[in-house]
Design a protein around this ligand. Structure first.
Ligand SMILES: NC(=O)c1ccc[n+]([C@@H]2O[C@H](COP(=O)([O-])OP(=O)(O)OC[C@H]3O[C@@H](n4cnc5c(N)ncnc54)[C@H](O)[C@@H]3O)[C@@H](O)[C@H]2O)c1
Length: 247
């Protein structure tokens, strides 16, 4: 087996996923930039290549098992393996639960919960064969402590944490680690779309470190779980929230 590691990062076209892709590439990994937005995926690949790394853009809509399977086939043909899976793609719409509609619930559940289930179904068999692998799921503290205006989203992230613990138990015998990161409010395009200056200021006042997370803060924690330093850590969730939540 070759020495270099291949990391499949969903939603790596922008925001946190892009920062994760760049961080793992800077640690010598070859990156699969998997995103529903192909133009953004290609931009991330370009940025990685310009800094001397290796990356491949693949179209991947995580809500479709078929689409995910096709993307994984492309990676098998290109790199021959996947060592790290980062389930980062996510989406939310902030509104009071009773004002939210089934179309929104459906979209939130499909991207945030079914998405990681699809990628795990498609990629775990390769990791089992390799008898090695690491999966890092980007959850949220909304899934641990709740968050006003994010009821169904919180449910999907809590579900993702529970799903991760169970597959961590099932996969330990194959030397596969599954862990979660729970980011606090993070300065990404999604956050900009969902918030306003008032909310940002209010959050900055309540976060002990007095600032939002930058995508790079989250990427560093992912890099730890993806590294050999985390070989004996599985089924865990770590908050990267500037102390906003201490769970
Ligand atoms: N930004 C925050 O404050 C915050 C806080 C906690 C958790 N999170 C979680 O972090 C993750 C990344 O969020 P972000 O803020 O960087 O979001 P973002 O919207 O800035 O980026 C998300 C990326 O996912 C891609 N994507 C969306 N739907 C997809 C699909 N069906 N298939 C494949 N790719 C898809 C988008 O094209 C985009 O490139 C999400 O899981 C989110 O729930 C974010």
């Amino acid at each position: 087996m070759s020495n270099y590691k291949v990391a499949f990062v969903t939603g790596a076209g922008r925001g946190m996923g892009e920062a994760i892709a760049l961080e793992l590439a800077s640690n010598g990994m070859s990156i699969v930039v998997a995103d529903i937005n192909e133009d953004d995926a290609k931009k991330t690949v370009k940025a990685i290549e310009e800094s001397g790394g290796k990356a491949l853009a693949v179209h991947c809509d995580v809500t479709s098992l078929f689409d995910v399977t096709q993307a994984v086939e492309k990676v098998k043909n290109h790199y021959g393996k996947i060592d790290i899976l980062v389930n980062n793609a996510g989406w939310d719409k902030v509104e009071p639960f009773l004002k939210s509609e089934p179309e929104t619930w459906d979209k939130v559940i499909k991207i945030n919960f079914l998405g990681p289930i699809h990628t795990c179904k498609a990629i775990l068999p390769m990791m089992i064969e390799q008898k090695a692998g690491k999966i890092i799921n980007i959850a949220s503290d909304a899934g641990r402590v709740g968050s006003v205006g994010e009821a169904v989203y919180s449910g999907t992230k809590g579900g993702l944490i529970a799903f991760s613990k169970t597959i961590a138990r099932e996969m330990a015998r194959y030397n596969i680690n599954i862990n979660c990161i729970a980011p606090g409010p993070t300065d990404t395009p999604l956050f900009a779309e969902m918030s306003n200056e008032g909310l940002k200021e209010a959050l900055e006042k309540s976060i002990p470190f007095r600032r939002l997370a930058q995508a790079e803060d989250i990427a560093k924690a992912v890099a730890y779980f993806a590294s050999n330093d985390a070989d004996y850590v599985t089924g865990q969730t770590i908050s990267v929230s500037g102390g906003l939540t201490m769970v």
